[in-house]
Design a protein. Sequence first.
Length: 259
Amino acid sequence: MGFLKLYKQYKIAYKNPFHVAFDRVRNKQHIKIIAKNDKSSFWNGDKVDLYSLAVNNHLSNDDVDFFTFENSQIQHCINFKYRYAQFIVCNIDQSSNFFGIFFGNEYKFLEPENENVIDIGTNIGDSSIYFTLNKAKNVIALDKTFYEIALKNIKANDLENRITLLNNSYGEDITLKDIIKKYKFISSILKMDSTPGEKALLNEEEGTLKLFKRMQILCHNDYKELKDKLENLGFTVTVEKEKTYDKNINSNLYLYAKM
Protein backbone atom coordinates (compact mmCIF):
# COMPACT_ATOMS: atom_id res chain seq x y z
CA MET A 1 0.00 0.00 0.00
CA GLY A 2 1.38 3.42 -0.98
CA PHE A 3 2.24 6.28 1.36
CA LEU A 4 -0.74 8.47 0.44
CA LYS A 5 -3.28 5.69 0.97
CA LEU A 6 -1.71 4.79 4.32
CA TYR A 7 -1.68 8.42 5.37
CA LYS A 8 -5.41 8.75 4.66
CA GLN A 9 -6.10 5.57 6.65
CA TYR A 10 -3.92 6.62 9.59
CA LYS A 11 -4.97 10.24 9.96
CA ILE A 12 -8.29 9.25 11.55
CA ALA A 13 -6.57 7.13 14.21
CA TYR A 14 -3.29 8.91 14.89
CA LYS A 15 -2.11 12.43 15.68
CA ASN A 16 1.15 11.76 13.81
CA PRO A 17 -0.15 10.07 10.63
CA PHE A 18 2.64 11.40 8.41
CA HIS A 19 5.38 9.82 10.51
CA VAL A 20 3.41 6.60 11.02
CA ALA A 21 2.82 6.20 7.28
CA PHE A 22 6.45 7.08 6.49
CA ASP A 23 7.77 4.43 8.89
CA ARG A 24 5.22 1.88 7.71
CA VAL A 25 6.26 2.28 4.06
CA ARG A 26 9.87 1.73 5.16
CA ASN A 27 8.80 -1.44 7.03
CA LYS A 28 10.23 -0.11 10.26
CA GLN A 29 9.93 -2.69 13.04
CA HIS A 30 9.05 -0.25 15.85
CA ILE A 31 6.79 2.63 14.86
CA LYS A 32 5.94 5.44 17.25
CA ILE A 33 2.21 6.17 17.31
CA ILE A 34 0.33 8.93 19.06
CA ALA A 35 -3.34 8.02 19.18
CA LYS A 36 -6.17 10.53 19.15
CA ASN A 37 -6.72 9.74 22.85
CA ASP A 38 -3.16 11.08 23.47
CA LYS A 39 -1.77 7.66 24.37
CA SER A 40 1.52 6.84 22.69
CA SER A 41 3.50 3.67 22.15
CA PHE A 42 5.85 1.84 19.80
CA TRP A 43 4.06 -0.79 17.71
CA ASN A 44 4.91 -3.06 14.82
CA GLY A 45 3.19 -2.61 11.46
CA ASP A 46 0.54 -5.26 12.09
CA LYS A 47 -0.63 -3.55 15.26
CA VAL A 48 -0.52 -0.11 13.62
CA ASP A 49 -2.80 -1.37 10.84
CA LEU A 50 -5.16 -3.26 13.15
CA TYR A 51 -5.79 -0.30 15.44
CA SER A 52 -6.30 2.13 12.56
CA LEU A 53 -8.79 -0.20 10.87
CA ALA A 54 -10.69 -0.55 14.15
CA VAL A 55 -10.92 3.23 14.48
CA ASN A 56 -11.85 3.70 10.82
CA ASN A 57 -14.67 1.17 11.19
CA HIS A 58 -15.92 2.85 14.38
CA LEU A 59 -15.32 -0.34 16.33
CA SER A 60 -15.26 0.75 19.95
CA ASN A 61 -15.32 -2.10 22.43
CA ASP A 62 -14.64 -1.68 26.14
CA ASP A 63 -13.35 -5.27 26.28
CA VAL A 64 -10.45 -4.44 23.93
CA ASP A 65 -7.40 -2.51 25.12
CA PHE A 66 -4.46 -1.91 22.77
CA PHE A 67 -2.46 0.22 25.17
CA THR A 68 -1.99 -1.76 28.39
CA PHE A 69 0.69 -4.03 26.95
CA GLU A 70 3.58 -3.19 24.68
CA ASN A 71 4.08 -4.71 21.29
CA SER A 72 4.89 -8.40 20.86
CA GLN A 73 8.31 -9.11 19.40
CA ILE A 74 7.02 -12.05 17.37
CA GLN A 75 6.90 -11.20 13.67
CA HIS A 76 3.41 -10.91 12.14
CA CYS A 77 1.82 -11.10 15.59
CA ILE A 78 0.03 -8.50 17.67
CA ASN A 79 -0.96 -8.49 21.31
CA PHE A 80 -3.60 -6.63 23.28
CA LYS A 81 -5.85 -7.05 26.27
CA TYR A 82 -9.27 -8.60 25.84
CA ARG A 83 -11.46 -8.57 28.93
CA TYR A 84 -9.20 -9.87 31.73
CA ALA A 85 -6.26 -11.31 29.77
CA GLN A 86 -3.43 -10.30 27.50
CA PHE A 87 -3.14 -12.46 24.44
CA ILE A 88 -1.27 -12.81 21.18
CA VAL A 89 -2.72 -13.46 17.74
CA CYS A 90 -0.59 -14.17 14.68
CA ASN A 91 -1.42 -14.11 10.97
CA ILE A 92 -4.65 -12.17 11.42
CA ASP A 93 -4.47 -11.34 7.71
CA GLN A 94 -5.62 -14.93 7.11
CA SER A 95 -8.75 -14.52 9.23
CA SER A 96 -11.58 -12.72 7.44
CA ASN A 97 -13.60 -12.56 10.65
CA PHE A 98 -11.10 -11.29 13.25
CA PHE A 99 -12.82 -7.92 13.66
CA GLY A 100 -16.24 -9.46 14.03
CA ILE A 101 -15.05 -11.85 16.72
CA PHE A 102 -13.30 -9.47 19.10
CA PHE A 103 -14.65 -6.04 18.21
CA GLY A 104 -18.17 -6.87 17.12
CA ASN A 105 -18.84 -9.68 19.63
CA GLU A 106 -20.16 -11.64 16.68
CA TYR A 107 -20.57 -14.85 18.69
CA LYS A 108 -22.33 -13.37 21.72
CA PHE A 109 -25.50 -15.23 20.66
CA LEU A 110 -23.81 -18.49 21.64
CA GLU A 111 -23.34 -17.43 25.29
CA PRO A 112 -20.28 -19.68 25.77
CA GLU A 113 -19.78 -19.18 29.51
CA ASN A 114 -19.76 -22.57 31.30
CA GLU A 115 -20.64 -24.37 28.06
CA ASN A 116 -18.92 -27.04 25.97
CA VAL A 117 -18.14 -25.45 22.60
CA ILE A 118 -17.52 -27.27 19.34
CA ASP A 119 -15.80 -24.85 16.96
CA ILE A 120 -15.81 -26.18 13.39
CA GLY A 121 -13.58 -24.02 11.20
CA THR A 122 -11.59 -22.22 13.90
CA ASN A 123 -9.35 -20.78 11.18
CA ILE A 124 -6.30 -19.25 12.92
CA GLY A 125 -7.74 -20.16 16.32
CA ASP A 126 -9.16 -16.72 17.05
CA SER A 127 -12.74 -17.87 17.58
CA SER A 128 -11.65 -20.65 19.96
CA ILE A 129 -9.55 -18.17 21.93
CA TYR A 130 -12.58 -15.87 22.08
CA PHE A 131 -14.74 -18.65 23.54
CA THR A 132 -12.07 -19.49 26.11
CA LEU A 133 -11.68 -15.86 27.19
CA ASN A 134 -15.46 -15.75 27.56
CA LYS A 135 -15.25 -18.61 30.08
CA ALA A 136 -16.29 -21.61 28.01
CA LYS A 137 -15.97 -24.87 29.96
CA ASN A 138 -14.33 -26.82 27.11
CA VAL A 139 -13.52 -25.92 23.51
CA ILE A 140 -13.04 -28.56 20.82
CA ALA A 141 -11.73 -26.87 17.69
CA LEU A 142 -11.33 -28.24 14.16
CA ASP A 143 -9.36 -26.87 11.24
CA LYS A 144 -7.23 -28.82 8.80
CA THR A 145 -6.29 -25.92 6.51
CA PHE A 146 -4.98 -23.57 9.20
CA TYR A 147 -4.07 -26.19 11.80
CA GLU A 148 -0.43 -25.11 12.25
CA ILE A 149 -1.29 -21.41 12.63
CA ALA A 150 -4.14 -22.17 15.04
CA LEU A 151 -1.84 -24.39 17.10
CA LYS A 152 0.77 -21.63 17.20
CA ASN A 153 -1.81 -19.14 18.51
CA ILE A 154 -3.17 -21.56 21.10
CA LYS A 155 0.34 -22.36 22.39
CA ALA A 156 1.37 -18.69 22.39
CA ASN A 157 -1.46 -18.02 24.83
CA ASP A 158 -0.86 -21.13 27.00
CA LEU A 159 -4.33 -22.46 26.19
CA GLU A 160 -3.43 -26.06 25.29
CA ASN A 161 -5.22 -27.29 28.41
CA ARG A 162 -8.41 -25.39 27.58
CA ILE A 163 -8.62 -25.77 23.79
CA THR A 164 -8.38 -29.17 22.12
CA LEU A 165 -7.38 -28.62 18.49
CA LEU A 166 -8.15 -31.44 16.06
CA ASN A 167 -6.49 -31.76 12.67
CA ASN A 168 -9.71 -33.02 11.10
CA SER A 169 -12.19 -31.98 8.43
CA TYR A 170 -15.78 -32.12 9.61
CA GLY A 171 -17.90 -34.26 7.32
CA GLU A 172 -14.88 -35.99 5.83
CA ASP A 173 -13.10 -37.77 8.68
CA ILE A 174 -15.10 -36.79 11.76
CA THR A 175 -18.73 -36.07 12.75
CA LEU A 176 -20.44 -34.27 15.61
CA LYS A 177 -21.52 -37.66 16.93
CA ASP A 178 -17.86 -38.74 17.04
CA ILE A 179 -16.84 -35.63 18.99
CA ILE A 180 -19.70 -35.80 21.48
CA LYS A 181 -19.07 -39.49 22.13
CA LYS A 182 -15.30 -39.05 22.55
CA TYR A 183 -15.55 -36.11 24.95
CA LYS A 184 -18.71 -37.33 26.69
CA PHE A 185 -20.68 -34.11 26.21
CA ILE A 186 -24.31 -34.23 27.32
CA SER A 187 -24.94 -30.73 25.96
CA SER A 188 -22.99 -28.30 23.82
CA ILE A 189 -23.07 -25.24 21.58
CA LEU A 190 -21.92 -25.20 17.96
CA LYS A 191 -20.10 -22.61 15.90
CA MET A 192 -19.54 -23.59 12.27
CA ASP A 193 -17.67 -21.86 9.46
CA SER A 194 -17.08 -24.66 6.99
CA THR A 195 -18.51 -24.91 3.50
CA PRO A 196 -18.68 -28.74 3.32
CA GLY A 197 -19.87 -28.78 6.93
CA GLU A 198 -23.29 -27.44 6.05
CA LYS A 199 -24.10 -30.55 4.00
CA ALA A 200 -22.57 -32.85 6.62
CA LEU A 201 -24.77 -31.29 9.29
CA LEU A 202 -27.84 -32.46 7.39
CA ASN A 203 -26.60 -36.03 7.75
CA GLU A 204 -26.22 -35.91 11.53
CA GLU A 205 -28.67 -37.99 13.58
CA GLU A 206 -31.55 -36.10 15.15
CA GLY A 207 -30.50 -37.21 18.63
CA THR A 208 -27.07 -35.68 18.10
CA LEU A 209 -28.43 -32.32 16.97
CA LYS A 210 -30.82 -32.14 19.92
CA LEU A 211 -27.83 -32.13 22.30
CA PHE A 212 -26.99 -28.59 21.15
CA LYS A 213 -28.48 -25.63 23.01
CA ARG A 214 -27.45 -23.05 20.43
CA MET A 215 -25.87 -23.04 16.97
CA GLN A 216 -24.34 -20.28 14.85
CA ILE A 217 -23.59 -21.40 11.31
CA LEU A 218 -22.03 -19.35 8.52
CA CYS A 219 -24.03 -20.28 5.41
CA HIS A 220 -22.10 -20.35 2.17
CA ASN A 221 -24.79 -22.28 0.32
CA ASP A 222 -28.57 -22.55 0.31
CA TYR A 223 -29.66 -22.78 3.95
CA LYS A 224 -33.35 -23.63 3.52
CA GLU A 225 -33.02 -27.41 3.94
CA LEU A 226 -30.92 -27.01 7.08
CA LYS A 227 -33.29 -24.40 8.50
CA ASP A 228 -36.28 -26.69 7.92
CA LYS A 229 -34.55 -29.65 9.56
CA LEU A 230 -33.61 -27.69 12.68
CA GLU A 231 -37.07 -26.16 13.01
CA ASN A 232 -38.62 -29.62 12.74
CA LEU A 233 -36.40 -30.69 15.65
CA GLY A 234 -37.75 -27.85 17.79
CA PHE A 235 -35.10 -25.16 17.25
CA THR A 236 -36.03 -21.51 16.82
CA VAL A 237 -34.12 -20.44 13.72
CA THR A 238 -33.32 -17.00 12.31
CA VAL A 239 -31.07 -16.00 9.42
CA GLU A 240 -29.22 -12.68 9.25
CA LYS A 241 -26.59 -11.12 7.03
CA GLU A 242 -23.01 -11.37 8.27
CA LYS A 243 -21.36 -8.03 9.04
CA THR A 244 -18.02 -7.56 7.28
CA TYR A 245 -15.37 -4.89 7.76
CA ASP A 246 -13.69 -5.24 4.38
CA LYS A 247 -15.51 -3.72 1.41
CA ASN A 248 -13.86 -6.25 -0.89
CA ILE A 249 -15.44 -9.23 0.90
CA ASN A 250 -19.02 -10.24 0.12
CA SER A 251 -21.26 -10.92 3.07
CA ASN A 252 -22.54 -14.40 3.77
CA LEU A 253 -25.47 -15.30 6.00
CA TYR A 254 -25.50 -16.49 9.59
CA LEU A 255 -28.03 -19.07 10.68
CA TYR A 256 -28.85 -18.83 14.39
CA ALA A 257 -30.59 -21.77 16.06
CA LYS A 258 -31.72 -22.00 19.67
CA MET A 259 -33.39 -24.94 21.37
